[in-house]
Write a protein that binds this ligand. Structure first.
Ligand code: ADP
Ligand code: ASP
Ligand code: MG
Length: 423
């Protein structure tokens, strides 16, 4: 089929919870979508739950059941996006444009069955293609999918970002725009560091690290998708028309000045578990982490050291998401019994602070500078991990914000681009 309609650019626009938090914001978003359409685009919209709806639903469930099953949690949480998608479509219709709202069972978004952190395995875009061909603005509930037994799943916190990028890939969209409550990606969370600077262009690999290390502005899974299929993302504000940040593939000859450290991130949803006095024999780590993997608990930093208490014994310390702490400890109990030795201590008063930048590949001394500036701030480092493009430290949670501010200053990230001499 040819004809003008098919040649109009296809834009996926994603709006986060704060952008649709109340009826006025919802109407504002509706007008932005309509403007985009009237500029000559075909629009697919992905929307998150209004404001704090997801958190509120989680709190509500805890009042009913201290340990609610993940399957029912998914059905409950997905309701937030079902509400906002229906309302946003209504807001667009109220302005006289054609729109239709959809939730997971209608969208053909298939996931695995790992409730509360499901992965998208396939998208059948037939229905959406039909809707946009018919001139409808398709308003899709983010964050949710359907598993092989037709049970509702959710994609993990912040998962609407992933819905948006995955739909952009499936529909071969020309652009994917992520509208949020800040003007773009900053050198640190602007709520924590007032001097943080907006980054015009950031590479997929840097954004992937930042997102995985706690900068919740984008969900990490969404960046994995965008990188894999090379879909540039434009992250911008839903409240103003300012240019935002572009998340793009790394350039061979960078157009921009390449900073060594691009940004600082903190993740306060971390917990540390230490298995102490483990027998020092082959297979112990395999048993410990095998059990956690079976329960879909992601383990992050791991440090093994000889026991302080006994010769021939080891301690293994590692971090998990604080939401997984309880389950992880429960899961480890039978493993320790099986090993006939060792005990477990844990703390969720920890946070991970990280510096990220592809420029670190070719520079020595970056980690040392980080440790020095944390030391100067009186922050004790409990664990360290590094990769080519990041350094992360586990510290006390109460020091996280201060540490981020110190690191941001130490690496001069708030500094304006240098002005040419004589200017
Ligand atoms: P949405 O509801 O639109 O998905 P989120 O609350 O998930 O928005 O993400 C936006 C928030 O991410 C911002 O309000 C900001 O506080 C936080 N944030 C953390 N790190 C960064 C960063 N480096 N740049 C921009 N925002 C950041
Ligand atoms: N509403 C979900 C959450 O709060 C998904 C999202 O906002 O992207 O995590
Ligand atoms: Mg988000």
């Amino acid at each position: 089929v040819s004809g003008d309609r098919e040649h109009r650019p296809l834009v996926v626009m994603k709006f986060g919870g704060s952008s649709v938090a109340n009826p006025d914001r919802m109407k504002n978003v509706a007008r932005r979508i309509i403007d985009k359409k009237r500029e000559g685009n075909r629009c697919v919209v992905v929307v998150s739950a209004m404001g704090d709806t997801t958190d509120d639903l989680i709190d509500l469930s805890k009042k009913i059941n201290a340990d609610p099953p993940d399957r029912e949690m998914d059905l409950l949480m997905s309701a937030g996006e079902q509400i906002s998608s229906a309302l946003l479509a209504m807001a667009i219709q109220a302005e006289g444009e054609k729109a239709a709202a959809f939730f997971a069972p209608q969208l053909g978004i298939r996931t695995d069955s790992v409730h509360t952190k499901a992965r998208i395995v396939e998208i059948d875009g037939t229905r959406l293609q039909k809707e946009i061909t018919n001139g409808n603005i398709a308003v899709c509930a983010g964050f949710q999918g359907l598993d092989a037994s037709n049970d509702i799943t959710t994609l993990g916190r912040g998962g609407s970002d992933t819905t948006a990028v995955a739909l952009a890939v499936a529909l071969k969209a020309d652009v994917c725009e992520v509208y949020t409550d800040v003007d773009g990606i900053y050198t640190a969370d602007p709520r924590v560091v007032p001097e943080a600077r907006k980054i015009e262009r950031i590479y997929f690999d840097e954004m992937l690290e930042l997102a995985s290390l706690g900068a919740k502005v984008m969900m990490n899974r969404s960046i994995e998708f965008a990188k894999k299929y090379n879909i540039p993302l434009h992250v911008r504000s839903s409240l103003n028309g300012n240019a935002g940040s572009w998340i793009i593939e790394e350039e061979e000859t960078p157009m921009m000045e390449r900073p060594i450290v691009r940004a600082v991130a903190a993740d306060k949803d971390q917990a540390r578990i230490t298995a102490i006095d483990l027998p020092d024999v082959p297979g112990v780590a395999a048993k410990l982490f095998g059990g956690l993997a079976e329960s879909n608990i992601n383990v992050d930093m791991i440090v093994q050291s000889s026991s302080e208490h006994e010769i021939g014994k080891n301690d293994i310390a590692f971090t998990v998401a604080s939401t997984d702490l309880k389950r992880a400890v429960e899961r480890l109990k039978p493993v320790l019994k099986d090993l006939s030795g060792g005990s477990i201590v844990f703390s969720d008063d920890v946070a991970k602070v990280s510096i990220v930048g592809v420029g670190m590949r070719s520079h020595a001394g970056v980690a040392a500078k980080m440790f020095k500036s944390l030391a100067a701030a009186g922050v004790n480092i409990e664990m360290i991990s590094t990769s080519e493009i990041k350094v992360s430290c586990i510290i006390s949670r109460s020091k996280a914000d201060e540490a981020v501010r110190r690191l941001h200053a130490a690496f001069e990230l708030g500094r304006q681009a240098p002005v040419a001499a004589g200017a």
